[in-house]
Design a protein around this ligand. Structure first.
Ligand code: ADP
Ligand code: MG
Length: 658
């Protein structure tokens, strides 16, 4: 591009000047474009002189600050800042005094008084000689950016809080198995958990595999991590620590980001409590099965023993009994009584026998137990009683309380073949937080704690968990049944208590029975005094039982008491007999548990069809609701098996008299 200038000199000549102006033109157009750009940007740009007085502002300046060009020109730039920015401004000035660029954040105030944060850069400008002309200032409104950052931070904090609140140690690893993040829960776990063992606080960047001390485990975990990294499928495993008695559970999951597996998440949870609960459930189910079996056997034996004891009782009442038979019969009676006690134990064990919970003073209970235990005491064993000064009342069936203590005493005596000290003590205990947590109870609740302590062999750790198993025994055949501890366990948990034991090899064992303390002081009822003579009566009685022994016994004893007796071997047969006779029977004595029509169904039928006939249900055990049904809705009475002849005679006479 040229600039042509023609100046006529005379008529002939003119001076023609051709100047190349491309450069100037280029410069001007460049400046033009620069100005356009400066005005188009949303960022604020202004120039100042060396005293920070504004000499130029771009159009964004007006938009952002709200000040007009006239307002701004000649003013020191400080008027743009919000109050409280003095320190930043001072720092900026000091920095610029060294003729170097400054950049940082500031808070500005618009003309309308609103504040907004800016990212500011200030550069000194020099002329060709190097003299400072002033400063070029760039400011970007970062309100949005700040808000975004704040949102992000809040979201990240929320996520971290959630992760920290989980009951699990959560390790996030990158694809090289370096630790990226760990939540805070690991602090609450023992140093060793889920195959890991930390010497110090796990730090991001640390090699995760190095935290696994066992070389085999390390390789196993490395393989698992690699696998999850490749196929993205979650990997789970149990990581038991028998030394700590802890059950860890490890779960390795992929850490995904936009469809890609970035790394891994290694989660460790403590499942000790869960495993414990599962074991308890398993134990309870096992006891239930064995209990049902035992109950079945005991029930049948009860019937047989009923027949034996009943007949013996009748024979002993015989006036013309030969002298020589008296003693053998008494022996039979004793043996049968003992057998009854054993079936009673079995029924207790299966919780199928009658139970009568009363409030008992445990100081009396240990006294009685001590008297009974003395009988089986060998020489060299000292029995010590340490009753509590405070009242120790708890609600429990009296017989079972005795059974409980006797079982523990017998075990203690067996554990001291060379003699020692057996101590029975009572105290009131407040549940510790640990106990409360273990048994899901309330901390500080008052409990009667009855302790049976021996100085015997102790229990080896490997069998401690098994002593409550039914039929688990370490004793010679014929000596132990293995039922004692399971009965103890059953009785205590049935009474709402729990058992804790403390044992040391060759030092001895202490069993602590915990039962909820009862504040009232009601004493247990005493048993009634026995009657000598059998009550006699008259009437027609139908005996229904599927066992001929029981049937025959009942017939014998009822006939001996003056009644007319017929028998039936089943509910069906009983109904036939009842339907066949013209005048209804006065009374039906029926067994509960029979094949075909049950005793209860039979009674229901009889009450409907022959309302004048009275009914007695004989049963070894009944659930409370069955008892209610029979007694209240059907108006029948219940005779507990094995029944005492006198009791039965009394009941029948009473019913027929009414
Ligand atoms: P049993 O006494 O018939 O063997 P238990 O259920 O009463 O059955 O006891 C189970 C096992 O528990 C015993 O065989 C014994 O090994 C162990 N045990 C129970 N109490 C004690 C104790 N006080 N000292 C040592 N071992 C005991
Ligand atoms: Mg025992």
């Amino acid at each position: 591009m040229v600039d042509l200038q023609v100046t006529p000199l005379d008529d002939v000549y003119s001076l023609v000047m051709i100047r190349d102006i491309s450069r100037r033109w280029r410069m001007e157009s460049h400046a033009q474009r620069l100005m356009t750009a400066v005005d188009a940007t949303p960022d604020v740009i202004f120039l100042t002189d060396a005293d920070f007085r504004i000499t130029f502002v771009n159009s964004a300046f007006q938009m952002v600050t709200g000040y007009t060009i006239e307002d701004a020109l000649g003013q020191v730039a400080d008027f743009l800042r919000a109050p409280g920015q003095e320190a930043v401004q001072k720092a900026c000035r000091e920095h610029l005094a060294n003729d170097v660029d400054w950049s940082g954040e500031m808070l500005n105030r618009r003309v309308d008084g609103n504040h907004y944060p800016v990212q500011t850069s200030v550069s000194p400008i020099f002329d060709l000689e190097g003299a400072k002309l002033g400063y070029a200032v760039f400011e970007r409104d970062i309100t949005l950016l700040k808000r975004l950052q704040e949102d992000l931070r809040r979201e990240r904090n929320a996520v971290t809080s959630i992760i920290d609140s989980l009951d699990a140690a959560i390790y996030t690893l990158d694809s090289n198995f370096k630790l990226a993040h760990v939540n805070s829960f690991w602090e609450r776990l023992p140093v060793r958990h889920g195959w890991l063992a930390w010497d110090e606080k796990p730090r991001p960047g640390a090699s995760f595999l190095e935290a696994i001390p066992d070389a085999n485990r390390r390789e196993q975990i490395r393989a698992a991590l690699n696998q999850v990294l490749t196929d993205g499928r979650t990997f789970e495993m149990q990581a038991p620590d028998p030394l700590q008695r802890r059950q860890w559970f490890v779960r390795i999951a992929p850490w995904r980001h936009e469809g890609r597996i970035m790394g891994l998440i290694y989660k460790v949870t403590d499942q000790t409590r869960l495993t414990e609960l599962q074991n308890q459930l398993y134990q309870a189910q096992k006891m239930e099965t064995v209990g049902a079996l035992a109950a079945g056997v005991a029930h049948d034996f009860n019937n047989l023993l009923q027949a034996i004891r009943g007949h013996v009782a009748l024979m002993l009442m015989e006036e013309a009994l030969p002298e020589t038979l008296g003693s053998p019969l008494q022996q039979i009676d004793q043996a049968a009584t003992r057998a009854c006690e054993i079936t009673q134990q079995l029924l207790t064990f299966s919780r199928a026998s009658e139970e009568n919970q009363v409030v008992l003073d445990f100081n009396l209970v240990i006294n009685e137990a001590a008297q009974l235990a003395r009988r089986s005491l060998k020489q060299k064993i000292t029995l010590k009683l340490e009753p509590s000064a405070e009242p120790v009342h708890a609600r429990i069936d009296a017989t079972r309380a005795q059974q409980l203590l006797l079982n523990l005493c017998v075990n203690a005596i067996d554990a001291m073949p060379n003699g020692g000290v057996l101590t029975l003590s009572n105290r009131v205990a407040r549940l510790t937080p640990a106990q409360a947590a273990r048994h899901s109870l309330v901390t500080g609740a008052p409990y009667v704690c009855c302790t049976v302590r021996d100085t015997g062999t102790g229990i080896p750790p490997e069998i401690v968990d098994r002593i409550f198993d039914p039929f688990f025994t370490t004793k010679a055949k014929g000596k132990g049944t293995g039922l004692g501890m399971s009965i103890v366990h059953g009785v205590i948990s049935h009474s709402g208590g729990f058992l804790e034991l403390d044992t040391e090899l060759n030092r001895g064992t202490a069993f602590n029975i915990y039962l909820p303390q009862v504040a009232v002081t009601t004493a247990a009822s005493s048993s009634k005094s026995p009657d000598r003579k059998l009550v006699r009566g008259t009437g027609r009685v139908l005996v229904v039982d599927d066992l001929d022994l029981v049937r025959d016994f009942a017939r014998t004893f009822l006939e001996a008491s003056g009644y007319t007796v017929e028998t039936a071997a089943s509910g069906e047969e009983a109904l036939e007999i009842l339907a066949a006779v013209a005048k209804p029977f006065d009374l039906v004595l029926t067994d509960f548990n029979m094949t075909g029509i049950s005793g209860q169904q039979l009674i229901r039928e009889i009450t409907e069809r022959w309302p004048s006939t009275k009914c007695i249900l004989a049963s070894g055990y009944l659930e409370p609701q069955e008892r209610d049904l029979v007694e209240e809705h059907l108006g029948a009475r219940i005779l507990n098996k094995p029944f005492n002849v006198r009791e039965a005679a009394n009941l029948i006479a009473e019913m027929l008299a009414s």
